[in-house]
Design a protein around this ligand. Structure first.
Ligand code: SF4
Ligand code: SF4
Length: 401
């Protein structure tokens, strides 16, 4: 089915009730401008396809969608405004409607040329210096998400001081001179990098102590291409994902251990659909943990990641947390969990910040100790030192055997 028909098939079901607006995290931060909410996105897509897209600012509406899928859980007609946004981004990215976003174009160009959104390579593997891995066909694929957070945080700090038009101009210039993106390797938050490297080491340690045998590709590890997929570059993503699959086959990878929700989701649900013959099983690291922990003295609250809980119905990490501490969940939890705002960080940092601050306050109202299970969630919610990644928190409770 062609893209336009696919979108219309979804938007035609909308009865315009507006229930989805009550859960869409991007509506309020954008001043209740309806095109930045779930219903507005569905109506805008429908109008742009059936009437006219002339003069409509399509890109920002669909690019700012977080793909959290909170909307479909409350929609009486089963409409997923997140999927509508994904397909509309594909339409924009293919040049068929609207204007391409220069920051998205810059990221795409960097991934296609350097295999990483920020042109990073060796930097992504430094955390593993000195760690001994097994000679195994089970591969730890970090997705380079923990490693990229210190860079995105620093870049956004710089962006705060320049105006949006200048950002767009810089991004446009960098598309033509993409090697400049490699300068981003000099812009990182050192404290966050040390913390993220510590989390990665904790994950490895917990898996190894659970008796799991696995290897790691180091600087050869491929970035799985989440941004290409999420920003709508379907053609480029397919081409890129095929090269990733070829590399994994060449390295004899028979099973993937993912350690962040975005990498897990893309290998589990997107690669099998897009890459012919892709059948490598993927498991989330928390599903493999088999350890003894001591009890935590106090209560906690948890930021449940959309790509684990909403997209994959996986609650194993929550079960583990439940076994060591009293969990006080915020009103929006489980199948109605709320996104941390992370996916908007590179394109819409202001929206990301407002979404994350709202979520942080909701969580803090329940407990001072906030546990995240995703590096993006951590990066966006870590407004104080009592916000901890699952690996840091559980690593500290591990009973030494
Ligand atoms: S909840 Fe569903 S039917 Fe109602 S406005 Fe949103 S997308 Fe349309
Ligand atoms: S996927 Fe999330 S951000 Fe996107 S429209 Fe639905 S609720 Fe809003």
């Amino acid at each position: 089915m062609n893209l336009i028909k696919q979108i219309e098939e979804i938007t035609d079901k909308c009865i315009s009730c507006g229930f989805c607006e009550s859960v869409c995290p991007t509506l309020e931060p954008d001043g209740y401008n309806s095109v930045f909410g779930a219903r507005g996105r569905v109506i805008l897509a429908d109008f742009a396809l059936k009437e006219s897209s002339e003069g409509l600012e399509l890109g920002n509406s669909f690019y700012s969608c977080l793909d959290c899928y909170a909307c479909v859980n409350v929609c009486p007609a089963g409409v997923n405004a997140g999927v509508v946004s994904e397909l509309m981004r594909e339409l924009v990215a293919s040049g068929n409607r609207g204007t391409k976003n220069p920051v998205a174009e810059m990221i795409k160009t960097s991934i296609m040329k350097y295999g990483n959104p920020l042109g990073l390579k060796e930097e992504s593997a430094e955390w593993a210096d000195g760690i001994k891995f097994d000679d195994s066909s089970t591969m730890l694929i970090t997705g380079q998400m923990y490693q990229m957070m210190p860079y995105t945080r620093k870049i956004n700090k710089v962006r705060k001081y320049i105006d949006e038009n200048l950002t767009i101009n810089i991004a446009s210039a960098m598309i033509r001179h993409i090697s400049l993106i490699k300068f981003s390797r000099h812009f990182y938050n050192k404290q966050l990098r040390d913390k993220m490297n510590g989390d990665l080491k904790n994950i490895v340690s917990m898996l190894q102590k659970s008796g799991v045998k696995f290897n790691y590709l180091g600087a050869e590890e491929p970035y799985p291409g989440m941004f290409l997929h999420e920003l709508g570059y379907a053609k480029e993503f397919k081409e890129y994902a095929e090269t990733v699959y070829n590399l994994l086959k060449e390295k004899g990878v028979k099973r993937i251990i993912a350690i962040d929700p975005h990498t897990y989701d893309i290998f589990k649900n997107v690669y099998p659909e897009v890459v012919k013959g892709f059948k490598i099983p993927v498991v989330y690291y928390t599903d493999l943990l088999d350890l003894e922990y001591r009890k935590f003295n106090g209560n906690i609250t948890v930021q449940e990641p959309c790509h684990i809980v909403l997209h994959n119905n996986n609650f194993k990490a929550i079960d583990i947390l439940n076994s060591v501490a009293e969990i006080k969940l915020p009103e929006r939890s489980g199948k109605s969990t709320m996104c941390c705002g992370g996916p908007d960080e590179l394109l819409f940092p202001d929206t990301a910040k407002k979404v994350s601050m709202k979520r942080y306050k909701d969580l803090k109202a329940k407990s001072d100790n906030v546990i995240t299970i995703c590096p993006l969630c951590y990066n966006n919610l870590a407004y104080d030192e009592n916000v901890m990644d699952f690996s840091e928190f559980m690593g500290s409770l591990m009973v030494k055997k």
